[in-house]
Design a protein. Sequence first.
Length: 374
Amino acid sequence: MKLILAVFFTFIAGGLTAGVSPLAVGAFVDDLGFTEAAAGSLVTFEMTAMCVAAMLLANLISRTSRRRWAYIGAVVTVIGQSVSTYFSDFQTLTIIRIVTGLGEGTCFATASAAAAGAAEPDRLFAQVMFFQMILWGILLAVLPVVILSYGCAGLFWTLALLTVMAMPCMAWLPDLDMIQKNRQKGRTPHMKTGIMTMMAFSVISVTGSAVWSLSERIGLKTGLNLKAVGMILGIATIAGIAGSGAAAWLGIRWGRRLPLFFGIGASTFAMVMIAAIYEPISFTTNQVIWGVAYAFMTPYMMGVAAALDPLGRWTATASGVTIGASALGPIIGGMLIGWGLALVSGLSGIFTFVLLLPVLRYVDERIADNNEHT
């Protein structure tokens, strides 16, 4: 249980801004007077910094103290969130949000690497996501009220406070020596397999981020008000509890192919419908479907990366790639909003599963080979 809480809170410290990005974009527009393009680019810069930090630390985290890196990342994040409350000009905020992103990326990569060392990483990722869905649902329902009352300053202070609250549990993160006692050090897989895995993460992440970052704007275009949209996004996120709960219960007893097929398929369908149809009932229904499907498929995708290397080098890299691809989402979504985004979303789901098929075959063969030698 300590490992679950440690990974959960470290993920939270690293992923708060990304998790509430639709509301952040809206707050930048409504409170600070930025254009939608400028607001989206601000989120993009921050998430790009997260990507850089995660990918640079991917190898280092596998052989140094993860607790130390988690604390460093959390402290930088808290400082960045706090300082952001005092500025409202685009140039200054861009610099501050980039520094904040470096701290967030450090926490995110550390959590990913720590989870990879678990005996059943797919199940651990699902359990962590189960708790994440609860928190995201609460935040997406409550933060619109905070933003309407206190603007962007209220948003940043809330994120800073939550990061501080997460820091005590980082002491439970397992260091490298503890993981090596439970799992044999894994070799890094063939570069082709790793690249295909990272490509799959990037494709599904960039379109998912494009739709997610514009969800608040799309919801408003359907005729819903801000509080209603926030509540819908919160309900959809809480509905993800069902998806992560199912993944935690199922584990890999049916392998990873079938769960990923259904998860990616349902997620792709929902993204297409959200992007293409501006109607309140359709928007609400498909946000819920997407919330469940996303929470179901994500643990299995991270489990694939963990199966490639139990020391977490590929999961840390995957977290960086995911964040980096997601950073492009707000910009791409703004350019393709409408049927263009719907078409790209549909193609991305197909491409992702096609990329993962040979990787899954490699993982299955590797597991079978390890079983023969044990």
